[in-house]
Each structure stands twice: as C-alpha cells, then as structure tokens.
Write a protein that binds this ligand. Structure first.
Ligand code: ADP
Length: 722
C-alpha cells in the first residue's frame, strides 16, 4: 500500500507516515483526517510514497480525505518557507492556514420558506398575516417568519400543508458575489494613469514582480491599485487577489469603495469575524471562488488556490508585525508569498518603511510615484509649535496658537482633529501626600486613570481597579491626582474652550467593535462632530472632507524609549495624522506641539521632506548595521520566578553557537520585566545581512532543554523591544 506523509495542525516538527487505504486517491496537498493517539486529527498530505514492499513498519491508515481541492504547491512551499524563516514548527504554520476547519466541509443547509401558490382552504387572520410577511421577506426561516407575523411556527407549517408556502433547502454560507472589473472607476489623473498602466503592463507580462506605490496621503493610491485588481480579474478567470490592510483601517468605508468599484463587496478576513463568517470566507478561498479577499495580516496565511496579486496597503504600518505566538511581518512575508506564487505584490504607502525604500532603490521593487492629490486638494501645511517658547497655561495641554485655531475653525464651520496617542484621562496617578506612583501589581507599569469608567487601568496587562478613595500606600484621603494628559483630559479642556462645540473622543475605549467605530466615522464624515479627539485609531484611512485643522498635542511621546524605529514611526504617524486635513476643496493646516523642534523627525515633518528624513535615518542605521543593513532577532524568555528565568538565561547564553559576525546582547531584563506574573529576560542578536539568522536561531534553540515552566519565544526581525 502507498504511504502518505502527513503534517498535522499541531505544534510538531515533522510529518508522520500512514498507509493509504485501498481506493483512496491521495495527492500532495490533500486534506485528511488520520489518527494521532486516540483521536482523528486534521492534517495535510505532504508527500505520497509508492508501495514499499518488504518494509514491515506498523503504520496506521488514513481515515478519510476531505472533498475539497488540495492545497496548491506554491502555498505548500510558502508554509515550509515561513516555518523555517520564523523558527516555528511547520504544523503550527499549517494550523494558521486552517483556522476555520469547518471550511473543509460543505456549508450547512437550513430549511427556508417562501410563497408557493394560492392556499387550499380558509385563511385565518394569523395565516393571512404570515402570507403577507412571506410576500415581503422572500425566503426566510420558519422562526423568522413566525416572529415577523407574530404567530407560532405551527401556523407556518400549516400553510405548507395548504400549499401556500413551500419548504426549500438553502445553504447557510452563500458564495460571495462575483466582482465586475468593467464598472467605471475614477477618471485618473495623469500620474495615476501612468502608475496604473505600469502595473497593468507588469501584470500582463506575468511572473513575479514587486512594486512600491509611493504616493502622498490622498493621492489616489487606492484608485490606482483598483486598476491592477481589475486587470487581474479580467485577464485570468481563476486568479485571486488579496488586499491587506492594518486591522483598524478595515472599516465599512473601504468595503463600500470596493463595492462601488466592483459591484460586490470582497470577502473579509479579520479578528472581528464570527465563526460562521470565518468558515464562509475560508471555504470560498480554498475552492478558489472568492476572487478578492480584504483582510488583516493573518489573511496572508489563507490557502488561496491561485493568488496572483497581493496589495499591502499602508505597508509601513506597525500592525503588520505579529508579536505573539509565531512572530512575523506580513509585508515581508507577502513579498515571499508573491514570489512563490509567481504573482505581483504592491506595497502602498505615503510614508514607506526604510526597508522598503532601500529595496526600491536597490531595484528589487519598481517604484511608482504619486506626488499630488487629485483636483484642488492640497497637502496640509505643517507648522511646529515650540512648547518651550509658547507653553500652554498651567494645567492645560493646548498652546494658545492651537487653542485660537480651534476656535477659528469652529467659527468657519469646519472640523478639527486633535491627536494624542494616550487613552484615558491621565497616564499616571500619583499621591499628593506621599508621592506614591500607582502601578500594576508586581510590575513597573503605571496605571492610567480613566474618568468615564472611574477606573485605573494598566494598558499592558489589562489589570484594572475602581479608583480608590484613599492612597493605597499612606492612606491619605482624596490625595490621588492624575498627571499628564490623555484624550479624556484634552476633551475636558476643549469643552471649556469651546462650550458650544460638538466634541467626541475616538479611541479603542469609545469605539469597541465595528458598529461604534462606524458610528463615529459616519458622524465625523457627516459633519456632526466639530472636534474629534483621538488616539492613533484616527490616523489611518479616513476621508473627512470638512476636516481642515489637525493638532498634534504631544509629538514627542513616540520618541521616548530606545526603539530603533521610534523616529521613523513618529514621522510616519504624524504625517499620516496631518494628512487627514484638507482632503477636499478646503486647504488644511496641521499644528504639531513639540518640546524638541530640532529633532530630525520634527524638522522633516515641517518641511514635508520625507526623503530627507529617510536619508538621515538610513545613515544612522547603516552605520550601526541595523535593519535593513543588518539582521536582528530576539529571544524573550519568561518564567514564574526571577531565579528560574535567570538560571535558564545563563544556560541559553552558554548554548549560543559560535558564528562569524554574530553579536549577542543580553540576557537583560526586558523593559516590561514582569508581565502577568512572569519574569522576563531578553536576548538581542545582530548579524550582517549575509548571515542566515533564522538558521542560526534554529540551531541555537533546537539544542535547548528547558524546564517546562520556562517559556521561550524567538522573534525574527523584532519591532517591539518590550
Ligand atoms: P490614498 O489611498 O492615496 O490615500 P485615495 O485613493 O483614498 O488616496 O484617494 C483620496 C480621495 O481622492 C478619495 O476620496 C478618492 O475617491 C479621491 N480620488 C482619488 N483619485 C481621484 C480621481 N482621479 N478623480 C476623482 N477623485 C479621486
């Protein structure tokens, strides 16, 4: 009997062998169930070996094969590559690809009811009501119909007996409607048309190609990549397209734009989907029927049949980096995935990452530029406010110039946006009597005061308590005082300043879930809000035509902490925020409050000199051999006690293989030294670009035998240094 090597969706390093029963036809990529211990588990066939008579290994047999198309070869190669690159078990990566395993079986069906013919017999008022509702609703379930008519389900059943209603079986998960590439798009400007034509030409040629779509905020990057999508839809009836967006940019607004352009909304994939939506998208992707998928970073692991185009919108965004479990950067993996699929990848941004710019300049990506906003829209003028010279009044956070502009903007009937990347009321609570700073227990993390909920919250661990009436240290009453601003406190200041303005806060506390977010975005777009005060949730993707003033309350906050990308991220975030202003006819203005107006990121921001900023950044990183001029990897370990974690750290350090050019830093206490009761230590590893750092890390951690209480995570290309 032939033998199938099966990889399971479990954290296992390699596949296991099984016999293939008579009559079962297995090919590589087939999804199967096979016994592991007492249970059947989901797995994928990696390889089928011919009958090997003479070997008398006792193997179990494959139980069943799923009736769906096998995983395509490029996707299988991608899994193998990703597992190696991220130093993770292949089975773990496979389980990321098969998150919704119900997708492997056909959609469940349900009975629905619709009008059939004239009733045989007398209609009671209840029956008449049901028929009236059935006429209005089309095909519905019995319970929905009964509820709509205000009767019991038996009345519905009775009408079936009378021939007035008929039962039909319908799939619960419907296929997605097909997008139509031939609906008219925007009339493109000259530079948009040029970029679109370059993309179309590349796609027609086929094979792997990578593009950097480098266009200022609001320049029409979306319109341009729509043309690339249309080209793929038209030229290859089986090709699939993936559009990746940062999770918080996945709002109704972008879905509506797709719907307008292609006559159908794309298949969604993000953390907010319920299990039914998840299995529907995955099933349609797996069968190759979903043509366009729009999703957050994990959509990159969906088992597409034929993925010919990947768009990574806002490619610089930090949320493409997955920090828990298997750590990966979706932008970097997207480029590899496109390469293996022999497809195209488009990285779009107004503030591309240094990594991407360097790749474009080295000729690895084709750079397409959009320098202007279409029509009369202009980029906002950005002005720094030097807080050392023009400080806010004591206890306030807005400098006089910004306060005046807010009032003028309101008087002109236009909207303002104040940006402060701090949730809650105050980022620190201190006791006036004894000086105690309130921290999350067992950690060094400050508690943030939230006035609306009346609680003190740790944003790192989620720990939260009602605000105590007395100091937990010295017992003084009414002595706890919030220090520093959060969005709630800025809102309080604006309420005093502009008592007649309609003011709202937009943060993950006020916009939980799609509905609430949509509510705020819709009210802002409809000019029902005068001043919106928000965290980074406001920075991305929104188009508010009447927004003309942006104020950055504390531009320096992102520069603190020794992260190598702090300056770059600050530049990106602030220019994105500023880019919300003046997106339609009226010109926009952005004020940036800073104590460090001489910082290169601030100077470049004011001069709108992105490339100048990148040049400085490049010099520093190249000098220090940091990415993209060198490679980094990290190890984070944690254990329930400091002794245990320190002992393990020493063993790990001793086990580090010697290798030319590798520099090892640590073990050092992680900046978040204690998290959820676990003590944490970090190693940082630096190597030249020529070194295969993944292989080095695999060799290193592969030989470790750690006590079960010690957890170890490898992070290739770390972005967070906490
Ligand atoms: P980006 O993705 O670069 O931020 P968008 O594609 O979202 O830019 O475009 C910004 C706004 O300008 C959108 O409202 C879009 O519909 C509009 N727009 C872009 N290009 C055109 C065009 N050629 N004609 C008309 N409107 C356009």
């Amino acid at each position: 009997m032939p033998i199938a090597r099966i990889l399971f969706t479990m954290p296992l390093p390699e596949p296991f062998d099984y016999t293939v029963p008579e009559g079962m036809d297995l090919v590589p990529g087939a999804y199967v169930a096979a016994p592991v211990g007492p249970y059947d588990r989901l797995g994928m066939v990696v390889e089928v070996l011919p009958d090997q008579p003479g070997t008398n290994r006792k193997l179990k047999a494959v139980t069943a094969v799923y009736d769906v198309p096998p995983m395509a070869a490029p996707m299988r190669e991608f899994l193998t590559w990703a597992s190696r690159y991220t130093v993770s078990h292949p089975g773990t990566i496979l389980s990321m690809a098969l998150r919704a395993r119900e997708a492997l079986v056909p959609s469940p069906v349900e009975l629905r009811y619709q009008l059939a013919g004239p009733p045989e017999g007398r209609l009671t008022p209840a029956r008449a009501k049901v028929l009236e509702q059935a006429a209005a609703l089309g095909s519905v379930s019995s319970s929905e119909l009964a509820a709509a008519a205000g009767v019991s389900s038996s009345v519905v059943k009775g009408l079936v007996g009378m021939g007035a209603l008929e039962e039909i079986e319908e799939q619960v998960d419907l296929p997605f409607p097909a997008p139509n590439p031939d609906l008219p798009g925007a009339v493109l400007t000259g530079e948009q048309a040029f970029a679109a034509e370059e993309l179309r030409e590349g796609l027609r040629k086929g094979g792997f190609s990578a593009y950097l779509l480098d266009g200022v905020t609001g320049s029409g990057k979306t319109e341009v990549y729509f043309e690339a999508i249309a080209e793929v839809l038209r030229s290859d009836p089986e090709a699939q397209i993936l559009v990746l967006l940062p999770e918080i940019a996945l709002t109704q607004a972008i879905l509506t734009r797709f719907e307008q352009r292609f006559g159908a909304a794309p298949a969604p994939w993000h953390s907010g989907l319920n299990p039914k939506e998840r299995r529907r998208t995955m099933r349609e992707v797996l069968h190759g029927r979903a043509r366009i998928v729009i999703g957050a970073r994990s959509a990159l692991f969906l088992p597409f049949r034929r993925l010919k185009l990947i768009i990574v919108d806002e490619e610089h965004d930090g949320s493409y980096k997955q920090e828990d479990g298997v750590t990966y950067h979706a932008r970097d993996l997207a480029v590899m995935r496109a390469k293996l699929e022999e497809g195209a990848v488009v990285l779009a941004s107004a503030t591309p990452a240094l990594e991407t710019v360097v790749n474009a300049e080295a000729g690895r990506y084709i750079r397409l530029r959009l320098a202007a906003r279409p029509g009369t829209a202009r980029l906002p003028e950005i002005e720094l406010i030097d807080l050392r010279k023009a400080p806010p009044e004591k206890g306030k956070w807005l400098s006089p110039l910004l306060a005046l502009s807010l009032a003028e903007t309101l008087a002109a009937g236009e909207q303002s946006l104040l940006f402060l990347n701090r949730r809650g009321y105050a980022p620190l609570v201190i006791c006036k009597a004894c000086g105690e700073k309130l921290k999350s227990p067992g950690t060094e993390n400050w508690l943030t005061e939230h006035r609306y909920s009346g609680r003190l919250v740790c944003h790192l661990t989620g720990y939260s308590i009602p605000k105590p009436a007395t100091c937990p240290k010295c017992g003084a009453a009414d002595s706890l005082m919030g220090v520093g601003p959060g969005v709630e406190r800025v809102a309080e200041e604006v309420r005093v300043l502009l008592p007649n303005a309609r003011i709202e806060i937009f943060s993950s506390d006020t916009a939980q879930g799609g509905e609430a977010t949509r509510g705020i975005v819709d009210r802002m777009a409809a000019s029902e809000i005068d001043v919106l005060i928000g965290t980074q949730i406001v920075a991305k993707g929104h188009n508010f035509p009447n927004l003309t003033l942006v104020g950055v309350v504390d531009a320096d906050s992102g520069l603190k902490g020794g992260d190598l990308r702090a300056g770059e991220r600050t530049y990106q975030l602030l220019s994105q925020v500023a880019g919300r202003a003046g997106r339609a006819e009226r010109p926009g203005k952005a004020y940036v409050q800073t104590y460090t107006p001489d910082n290169p990121a601030m100077l470049a921001l004011a001069a709108n000199d992105r490339d100048g900023y990148l040049a400085i950044e490049r010099e520093v990183r190249s000098e220090l051999g940091l990415p993209p001029f060198g490679r980094l990897a990290a190890i984070v370990l944690s254990a329930p006690s400091a002794e245990l974690v320190d002992k393990a750290a020493l063993e790990i350090a001793a086990a580090a293989p010697n290798s030319e050019g590798i520099e090892l830093f640590g073990p050092a206490p992680a900046p978040i030294t204690v998290l959820r009761g676990r003590h944490r230590r970090r190693f940082l590893v630096k190597s030249p670009r020529s070194v295969d750092l993944s292989a080095y890390m695999t060799a290193w951690v592969g030989r470790l035998k750690l006590p079960s209480q010690v957890r170890l995570a490898v992070d290739i290309d770390p972005y967070s240094f906490l």
